[in-house]
Each structure stands twice: as C-alpha cells, then as structure tokens.
Design a protein around this ligand. Structure first.
Ligand SMILES: C[S@@+](CC[C@H](N)C(=O)[O-])C[C@H]1O[C@@H](n2cnc3c(N)ncnc32)[C@H](O)[C@@H]1O
Length: 230
C-alpha cells in the first residue's frame, strides 16, 4: 500500500511545483509587458512565452491571435467589444485601457469570469468593463444577454473569441445581428477559430448580411480572420 502512495505523492508534489513555476513565469512575463505598455507592444517571442505560461492552451487564443489583438489595441481609438474573456482581456486593458480607450468584455461562464476579474484586479487593469453575461436564445441562434443600454453606441474593434463554438447554437454568428447597429464602416472584427480551407459557416453567413472585406491568417492550432466592415 505504502509503495503505491509514495509515487502518487511525488507526482502531486511535482505537479504543484510545475504549476507554481508556470505561475511565476506568467506573472513575470505579464509584469514585463505591463512595464512597456501602452507605448511598447511586446514582440512575438514574449507573447508566445505568455501563452505557454498561461497554461490555457486548449481554450486560450493562439499567440498569433494574441499578437494581432495586442498590436491593434495599441492603436485603436474607439471603444472595444470583446466576446469571451481571458488573456486577451488583459492585453486589451494594457494597450487600450491604459490609453483611456474603454474595453467592454462579455463573459458567460461565472467561474471563468471570476478568474479574469482576479487578473484585472491583480494587474490593476484600467477601463475594462468585464460583464458576466449569460447566454440566451435569440431564435435560431444563442448569444450573450448583453446589457445593451449600458454599453457604447459604437465599437471600433471587436475581439470575437467567444462564445464557445461547440456548445453554442449558431456558434459566434449572434455578434452581427445583435450588435450590427453599433458597428460601422470603421469597425474591425478579429474572429478567432475560422476554417481556412472550406468557407467558414459564421463568416459566410456574416458576409451575406453585411458589406465587408477580410483576410485569413493561420495560427498555431487554428486560424483567424480580420474582417473590415465597409
Ligand atoms: C476561446 S475561449 C476565450 C479565450 C480568451 N479570449 C483568451 O484569450 O484567453 C472562449 C470561452 O471559453 C471559456 N474558457 C476559457 N478558458 C477556459 C478554461 N480553461 N476552462 C473552461 N472554460 C474556459 C470562457 O467562457 C471563454 O469565454
């Protein structure tokens, strides 16, 4: 019996040690990025280090998408809407929030909301309105039950990395029908997890409904689209 317990204890101890090393690296990298922000966007290598130290590879955005978010949030002057919070929220806060550009982030999962809120508090991120916004049905699709009356009338950029694709009816489609009147010819949508080869179902549906041009970019495990509304 004792022989079985010892390896299990050692494994647990190793896992705890690994998690605290990763946590330490994550905090150090984010503090380093924060010291240069909002003037200096970190290079891709630092963003990659942050991605791996986050330990959220299966749900979190790929480094290429994080890089796109960081670079664009450093120059955007209009309010930003984010769908699906996490590391992207922190980058938006560091590069847009710190310049006084408001960020509105919708998160449907209470536990994940708490985890993002804790990072916002820890790094004293400013101008991020993180909203716990449950999913609701809009007929043939579901999307966030966003408190529209409180939110800006116009967004210059949308970081569309939620709601989760698999568990949401209509995937991320709801953004356009629900928010279209708050997006204009100067708005850019960064849509994550887009199919590269076959036409992406959400992107195809949006292009039938709004006038836009777009570019696709491959990333580590997936690909994303930069959509410019016209
Ligand atoms: C693709 S993730 C959004 C990731 C976020 N933009 C980022 O870069 O970290 C979409 C949703 O998945 C959920 N999620 C993210 N990480 C998770 C985790 N580790 N476990 C469970 N749910 C998670 C959250 O509800 C989030 O809004």
């Amino acid at each position: 019996m004792a022989i079985l317990i010892v390896p299990k204890t050692v494994r647990l101890w190793k896992d705890t040690l690994k998690a605290s090393v990763r946590n330490y690296q994550f905090n150090r990298t984010l503090e380093r990025i924060g010291r240069g922000a909002p003037a200096k966007v970190p290079d891709r290598k630092i963003i990659e280090a942050l991605f791996f130290a986050s330990g959220n590879q299966s749900y979190g955005a790929d480094p290429e998408y994080l890089d796109e978010v960081a670079r664009r949030s450093a120059t955007t002057s209009k309010p930003i809407l984010e769908c699906g919070s996490g590391l992207t929220t922190i980058l938006l806060g560091l590069f847009a929030g710190a310049r006084g550009v408001p960020v509105w982030s919708l998160e449907h999962d209470p536990e994940w909301y708490e985890s993002t809120a804790a990072m916002i508090r820890r790094y004293q991120i400013e101008n991020v309105h993180l909203l716990l916004s449950y999913m609701r049905s809009y007929g043939d699709y579901s999307w966030y039950d966003a408190p529209l009356a409180q939110m800006p009338k116009h967004f210059g950029m949308v970081v569309c990395d939620g709601p989760p694709k698999k568990s949401t009816t209509g995937d991320r489609y709801g953004l356009i029908p629900v928010m279209r009147n708050r997006l204009g010819t100067d708005s850019v949508i960064l849509l994550d997890d887009v199919a590269l080869e076959n036409p992406d179902p959400v992107l195809s549906r949006w292009l039938d409904e709004v006038s836009a041009s777009y570019q696709l970019f491959p990333s580590r495990a997936s690909s994303y689209a930069v959509i410019m509304l016209r």
